[in-house]
Design a protein around this ligand. Structure first.
Ligand code: S3P
Length: 418
């Protein structure tokens, strides 16, 4: 599997904040990651590719230079939000911009917390890009409590905290994806994680840090693997094995859900790569049954609801997915894009407040139906998987898969040929 998107962003940013040269292997070469590379270059970081490795010459945690141009995060929420955090504790003024979709996504969800540390921002309509960072010289370490379950917010605060003098702690009420913490451990950045009995997490840092560069290998992306896993589960006669997939528990909850639906999936651990457990996943075609997915699982399924909806469309019975409010703030309003497209293909689907209800269909629409991806890569990939069962399903903008997986179509077709 190609490199994980979340880890690829973090590998580049943390290498840029290290002292010395790092080599990154299996970096995801997708549009979102290109946005991060481009911005880091404008912030004075030397980054280039040499054979199959990406080389980053880090400038330290306070080493970002005043950019001469706007910083364009394109479609990438992770790029914008985590880099706003990273530059906010450097005395530079940056102007972040993004594409039409990103310009509709909230940035104040990150800046409200950074403002508590003394950082200053100018946001469009108090929430959106274009956004300017005002370059406050010294931020104050505080204990910050994050109420929204978001790894992006947590990461933005950690990146800012690496250049703040003193003890700084971040409490997340609900545990979220922990790639940043895992990579900090790999880079020997001393920090403490205290797990609360109430399910919360306290992360303690003591900055400013001097991080020494270390090579990073990026494990395969489990969210991209999910498309092929569901593809194999719903296509009669399928049997595939996906190699080098990251098995971080905060990312593979969807495998538990699919197994509960009757999916024949076997996971074999192999090695650890830069702090992340990896393994191989084997999948066979299975008759799926409906499932109830509790809202407590949503931080661990956040990017997989579109493809889980496809599995639910092919399962017997009524599937209910709860606690999906965060899906409204992704590359598209995913509650709307899932439900409206499923209806088009003849699947009974509706939303009730923050839940989606799907009744598995015994047959799909026979007329040609055009799926609207809304330029959302995960919606496009998910419906390209459903199209395996019905050639009348056409996705309007297949090219947008390049946001997270440029080779998606090629890899999918290669599996079909075997
Ligand atoms: C990501 C976190 C998630 C996820 C996004 C990548 C990350 O967003 O949806 O695709 O790399 O931290 P939230 O943390 O805002 O839920």
């Amino acid at each position: 599997m190609p490199g994980d998107k979340s880890v690829s962003h973090r590998a580049l940013i943390l290498s840029s904040m290290s002292i010395g040269k790092s080599e990154i292997t299996n970096l995801l070469e997708a549009d979102d990651i290109k946005a991060t590379i481009q911005i880091l270059k404008l912030l004075g970081i030397k980054i280039y590719k040499k054979s199959d490795k990406w080389i980053v010459h880090g400038n330290g945690t306070n080493g970002f230079l005043q950019p001469k141009k706007d910083l364009n995060a394109l479609n990438s929420g992770t790029t914008a939000r985590t880099l706003i955090g990273a530059v906010s504790s450097n005395p530079i003024k940056c102007r972040f911009i993004g594409d039409k979709s990103l310009s509709k996504r909230s940035m104040s969800r990150v800046t409200v917390y950074l403002e508590k540390l003394g950082a200053g921002f100018k946001l469009t309509k108090n929430d959106y890009l274009p956004l300017e960072t005002l370059g406050t010289e010294k931020l104050i370490p505080e204990e910050i409590t994050i109420s929204k379950p978001s790894a992006q917010i947590k990461t933005a605060l950690i990146f800012a905290g690496l250049n703040i003098a003193g003890e700084f702690s971040i409490r997340e009420k609900v545990v979220t994806r922990d790639h940043t913490e895992k990579l900090l451990q790999h880079l020997n950045v001393k920090h403490k994680i205290i797990k609360g009995k109430d399910g919360s997490n306290l992360i303690k840092l003591r900055g400013p840090y001097e991080i020494y560069s270390k090579n990073i290998k990026v494990a395969g992306d489990p969210s991209s693997a999910a498309f092929f896993i569901v593809g194999a589960l719903i296509t009669p006669g399928s049997k595939i094995t996906l190699k080098n997939v990251m098995l971080n528990p905060t990312r593979i909850e969807y495998i538990k859900v699919l197994k509960k639906m009757g999916g024949n999936i076997t996971v074999k651990k192999t090695n650890k790569i830069s702090g992340e457990q990896c393994g191989n996943i084997s999948v066979c075609y299975s008759k799926l049954k409906a499932v109830n997915i509790d809202k407590s699982l949503s931080p661990f399924l956040i990017d997989e609801y579109p493809i889980l909806s496809i599995a639910a469309s092919c399962a017997i019975g009524d599937t209910r997915m709860e606690g999906l409010s965060e899906l409204r703030h992704k590359e598209s309003d995913r509650i709307m894009s899932i439900v409206s497209n499923l209806k088009k293909v003849g699947v009974k689907a509706r939303n009730e407040n923050d839940s989606i209800l799907i009744t598995g269909a015994s047959s799909l629409e026979t007329k040609i139906c055009k799926i609207k991806s809304y330029g959302d890569h995960r919606i496009a990939c998910s419906f390209m998987i459903l199209a395996l069962l019905n050639k009348n399903i056409k996705v309007d903008n297949e090219k947008c898969v390049s946001i997270s997986y440029p080779r998606f179509k090629r890899d999918l077709v290669s599996l079909l040929r075997k």
